[in-house]
Every structure is written in C-alpha cells, then in structure tokens.
Design a protein around this ligand. Structure first.
Ligand SMILES: O=c1ccn([C@@H]2O[C@H](COP(=O)(O)O)[C@@H](O)[C@H]2O)c(=O)[nH]1
Length: 271
C-alpha cells in the first residue's frame, strides 16, 4: 500500500484523524523507564501499545533522537510500529531540504534506513530539492506551507507576485509537485484562517496539522476549516499533549486516554 492508501485505511479503521507525535525527552520520562537501555524506545513502545486503536498515524520527530544520541531508538520505534500496528503509517518529521544529490541521500535515510511511510520537507530551496523525495511514488512527502510557530509569518506571509509565500507553496504543491499524487502540506493548527484558505486552494490534498494540545490550537476550527469534502484529509498531530498526559508510571494508560479523548473530540466536530 502507498502512504496515501495506508492513511485512508487507518483513518477509516480507527475512525480517527489523530496522529501521536513520538517526541520523548529523556529528562521528562517517568523514573520507571528513564534508566532502561533504549529508554526512549521503551517509553514509545508502551505509548504505541496504548494508542494504536485511536490513531491514524504516528509522527516521530527526528531531532528528539538525533539530539539525545538515540538514532537506534528511532529505528527500533519505527520497526515496532510496523510490526505491532502495520496498518498505521509512520511520518518521519525531519523537515529536510538541500541540493538534489544530498536530498537523494536524505530520501534514502528516511525511506530505506528508517522505513518511514512519509517524510516532512522544507520547500525553501525549490523543486529540485523536493524531487528526490517526490519520485518515491509510494511514500508521502509533506511540505511545510504555513507552520505553527509564532514567527512563521516572517517569511511565509511575505507578499510576492500578489500572493503570500505560503500560498505560492500551496499552489506549487497542487499544480506542479504532485505528479505522483503523493504530496501533502503542513499547516499549523495555530493559524485556522490560513488553514481554511489553503483548503479552498487545495480541496483534495491531505494536510498534516500540528499545534493542538501544547501549542493551544483550536480543535473545532481545525476540523471545520481543514477537513476535505469527505470529512477526511487532515492528520491532527499532538505530541506533548498525549505522551505526557500522565507523568507517573501509569503514563501509557494516560496517553491512551488522551489519544482516545482527542479522537472523540475531533469526531464530534466532523459532519
Ligand atoms: O509547523 C509545525 C511543523 C511541525 N511541528 C512538529 O509537530 C510537533 C508538535 O509537538 P507538540 O508537543 O504537540 O506541540 C513537534 O514534533 C514539532 O516539531 C510543529 O509543531 N509545527
């Protein structure tokens, strides 16, 4: 199955538009796992077991593994998701972007070394830097468009040629970069009006929407403005809001409850 087919299937089977962000920070882990070998993986494994029935995707953010000298934990985590919940796609959040020859190696890293189903990419350097990812027709390529952070408008809202930069990105993704039907966009939950606008520009494209939970995005607006005409088309990510819902040794059950509650809240706003 391609990433797009897998995502459609998992969101239907689990009736979910929720993605759990697997962004574990060693110092924040409960004591019962912190000292274990491969502590990040052990933490993730318990979270995956507790949430697999409530989500449509998992999104490990690569920085949490690279920054804590834990690449092996990332590999173990992705392998475990494929084994334990093979129907749920893995989005590797790395926001890559570099010249074509280097991008080819980044694509190999994401899709061959880590066996991710989809990857996030930064479009700042243009099409030739995205092509090595987009050419993997079975993999998802999720392009930063209007990101959730406070200063995302510094560049993304600049007007050139009568349109803002993020609008150019959305139109390029729709008209030029989606030649394999595997492109998607990142739109932050913290910018619901922009989400509404990009949905108008790209009625059929899937969106990864981070920024609910810890960043305070409005779930109702995300669902109402972001869903496509079939009531799908968005993957709503929450990382800290789910994985740290309970900081005790009952953390996994707490994450399971938080994921189920977010799924149900999202579904309460779907048509
Ligand atoms: O615009 C963006 C793009 C990516 N992210 C990533 O999503 C999660 C959000 O974590 P929370 O704990 O739910 O705030 C994190 O991995 C970011 O790197 C984003 O927040 N905004």
């Amino acid at each position: 199955m391609t990433f797009m087919e897998k995502l459609k299937h998992s969101s239907q089977v689990n009736r979910s538009l929720v993605c759990v962000g697997l962004d574990p920070e060693r110092t924040k882990l409960p004591e019962c796992v912190r000292e274990k070998e491969h502590a990040l993986f052990e933490f993730n494994r318990a979270i995956i077991d507790a949430t697999a029935d409530w989500v449509c995707a998992y999104k490990p953010q690569a920085a949490y593994y690279a920054g804590q000298n834990a690449d092996e934990d990332l590999k173990l985590t992705i392998d475990y998701i494929h084994e334990r919940a093979p129907e749920i796609p893995v989005i590797l959040d790395v926001k890559r972007g570099d010249i074509g020859s280097t991008a080819t190696m980044y694509a190999k890293e994401a899709f061959e070394r880590y066996n991710a189903d989809a990857v996030t990419v930064n479009p700042y350097m243009g099409f030739d830097t995205l092509k090595p990812f987009l050419d993997h027709a079975d993999k998802g390529v999720i392009i930063l468009c209007r990101t959730s952070n406070p200063n995302s408008g510094d560049l993304q809202n600049l007007v050139c040629g009568g349109k803002m930069v993020y609008e150019h990105v959305a139109l390029l993704a729709r008209d030029r970069w989606n030649y394999n039907g595997n492109a998607a966009l990142v739109i932050g939950a913290t910018y619901p009006e922009e989400l509404r606008h990009v949905r108008e520009l790209c009625p059929d494209m899937p969106f990864l929407v981070p920024g609910v939970g810890a960043q305070g995005g409005d779930v109702e607006k995300v669902v109402k403005f972001g869903c496509d005409r079939t009531g799908h088309g968005i993957v709503i990510n929450s990382s800290r809001g789910i994985i740290y819902a309970d900081k005790t040794e009952n953390f996994a059950a707490g994450a399971g409850n938080a994921a189920r509650e977010l799924r149900d809240l999202v579904n309460s706003f779907r048509d």
